[in-house]
Design a protein around this ligand. Structure first.
Ligand SMILES: Cc1ncc(COP(=O)(O)O)c(C=O)c1O
Length: 356
């Protein structure tokens, strides 16, 4: 099966030898990583992240992946500020499931090729109480779209004028293949309302399960308390392994290597779409991240998925990324996992099925 479904890095992205060496060195350097410790994470990593974000390390909470942090954030915010959660349409499916489980009322806000539509956001902010806004502004999952700079300013202005908290989820920002990085909502706003979340899943390895949140001080303390009450302390060994990689000056070179592997996959995907699907659908052309979003398909995506799986290709259908069943003619294609030649074969199979 050629998988365009897995939002996971290709196996070559994961440097087992290097990380095994860093893990050994991390224990030898600081055996306390084998003990219990602070719920908010390994102190040297927190300090490094604090310096990178220009905040006090106490405002950084290192979580067991970004998604675990999302659960803590959503639980805190829904308790503190009951109201609707505004999300992009489409958005990452796992938070939708978490929010449904927490009983939250979720409202989708329209987006287009430039990301979240600030005017649609403004209308929803004025339509009722909002607990928080959840946004993935850069190389969004699932659409691959990036919020433009002008819109970033607009979103920040709306958050300020309404006093509404925003969770900026940014696991893909550093996985950029070309173009200039844009300022985060967190930087533009100053970090009073915007909490920034990211992860080493896409820049080092997802199996290490290390993510982080940069939150206002009181919220960071509450997130840390949730971590303690759920798992006492996080796995310091994997956090210290990442710190060792950083301390050796190898985080950037390793990331550049990953960028090269994934850029080739993005190019293979976009090239194959142009060759085989022109006139049959539209798609995003991301400068980074893992995903391309196919839209305007001539058929229902669930019907295409059934035929594609029978032909050895899988993907995630668009409806999974909307809370209200929209997206029937959309598909998320992840180019991060399959090899470039599998990507070309997989796209040509999908095109043949669409022509049938
Ligand atoms: C937008 C987004 N947020 C969060 C995550 C979770 O990442 P992790 O829990 O591995 O840090 C992902 C993973 O695919 C993602 O796409």
């Amino acid at each position: 099966m050629i998988s365009f479904a897995r939002g996971a890095p290709a196996p070559e992205c994961l440097d087992g030898e290097l990380l095994a060496d860093c893990a050994r060195a991390a224990i030898e350097r600081d055996p306390s990583v084998l003990a219990y410790g602070p719920g908010g994470g390994y102190a040297p990593l927190r300090e490094w992240l604090g310096a990178r974000h220009a905040v006090d390390p106490e405002r950084v909470v290192v979580t067991n992946g970004g998604l675990q942090g999302f659960v803590f954030y959503a639980e805190e915010l829904l308790a503190e500020r009951p109201g609707r959660v505004l999300v992009e349409a489409p958005t990452y499916d796992r938070p939708l499931k978490i929010l449904a489980r927490l009983g939250a009322s979720v409202v989708s806000v329209a987006m287009d090729g430039e990301g979240l539509d600030p005017e649609a956001l403004e209308r929803e902010l004025d339509a009722g109480e909002t607990s928080f806004v959840y946004s993935i502004p850069t190389f969004q999952n699932p659409s691959g779209r990036t919020l433009s700079t002008v819109r970033r300013d607009h979103v920040v202005e709306l958050a300020r004028s309404r006093g509404v908290p925003v969770l900026e989820d940014d696991p893909y920002g550093l996985v950029r293949y070309e173009g200039e990085p844009l300022p985060s909502l967190h930087e533009l706003e100053g970090g009073e309302l915007v909490t920034y979340a990211s992860s080493f899943s896409k820049t080092v390895a997802p199996g290490l399960r290390v993510g982080w949140f940069v939150a206002p001080a009181d919220l960071a303390a509450r997130l840390e308390a949730r971590a303690v009450s759920n798992y006492i302390s996080p796995p310091f060994l994997t956090e210290a392994t990442i710190f060792e990689l950083i301390d050796r000056g190898l985080f950037e070179p390793n990331l550049e290597r990953i960028r090269g592997l994934l850029r080739a996959r993005r190019d293979a995907m976009v090239g194959a779409l142009e060759e085989h699907l022109s006139g049959m659908a539209t798609w995003s052309e991301p400068e980074g991240g893992y995903f391309v979003w196919l839209d305007d398909l001539p058929v229902d995506a669930s019907e295409l998925l059934a035929r594609a799986e029978a032909a050895g290709v899988t993907f995630v259908k668009g409806t999974d990324f909307f809370p209200d069943g929209a997206g029937a003619r959309c598909v998320r294609l992840a180019f991060s996992y399959a090899s470039p030649s599998e990507i070309v074969d997989g796209v040509s199979t999908l095109a043949a099925l669409l022509r049938e």
